[in-house]
Design a protein. Sequence first.
Length: 312
Amino acid sequence: MARKARVHYPSALYHVIMRGNARQDIFFNDEDRCRFYLLLQEGIERYGYRVHAFCLMTNHIHLAIQVGDVSLSRIMQNLTFRYTRWVNWRQKRSGHLFQGRFKAVLIDADSYLLELTRYIHLNPVRATMVQSPEKYPWSSHHAYLGSETIPWLTSDWVLSQFAVKSDTARRKYRKFVDQGKDAGHIQEYHSGTANDSRILGDDTFIDKVLAQAEAKPQQRISLNDLIECVCLKYGIEAKDLKTPGKYRNLSTARGMVAWLILETGGAKLIELSAYTGRDISTLSSAAKALYIRAKSDQELADSMQGLMEGLH
């Protein structure tokens, strides 16, 4: 059974969790964490999203991220691909770093962002790595306290809920976090509501965001958008799609672009044919073969769904 598509609309706020493949480490030293900071900053500049809170653990990451017009799937696809490439180069390894599809719950910011920020910052305490969040260096908690400057972090919305003056707001924020130290795992931040596991909010909020997502006007998706999305997925460059020969990875990638063209109607196969130097009939057959394979290959089906979500 196919998973429901992620809900997207401009200004949507998500709690994102990314785990290492088979729960293995994704950070090996401080340089890795600094590189991840840099990639977040570059992503914010490119895609126009905001990070309200984060915590980089050893084998997983928590983010409170608010998107603009670009979908969360596309943002995360770019981030995970670029960070995986960095780690594979540093560790002289290859293959996947992150575990399949990242987890994301769309949250009602007015009702839950304060508590979610506290929950994210207390993650190292719940994991018994430290006794207080101040002792853990790789979260946004220090920036909220004013003891660290992270230019790309958006902390003003949360702090403004405590007081107008920054010193007073930080003092009240710190007390608020301390009051939550004894709270354990809160499942709703990971699995949403019983009515819709993609969303955390009351019925009114769920109805509102679903209506907003459905009302979003469909924009034409260009061939360049499709190629970029697929190349990020397969870890290749756009020019590689023109490579002569029948390398399986490249053939699959070309077939995936062709399938996306047929599914979205945003570009034409004749454009892809001109770009890659392949016959339209060859590209069409490759797309059909992927569609048939996906009926019995759940991993492929998830990849195709993820690519579609990344475009919207």
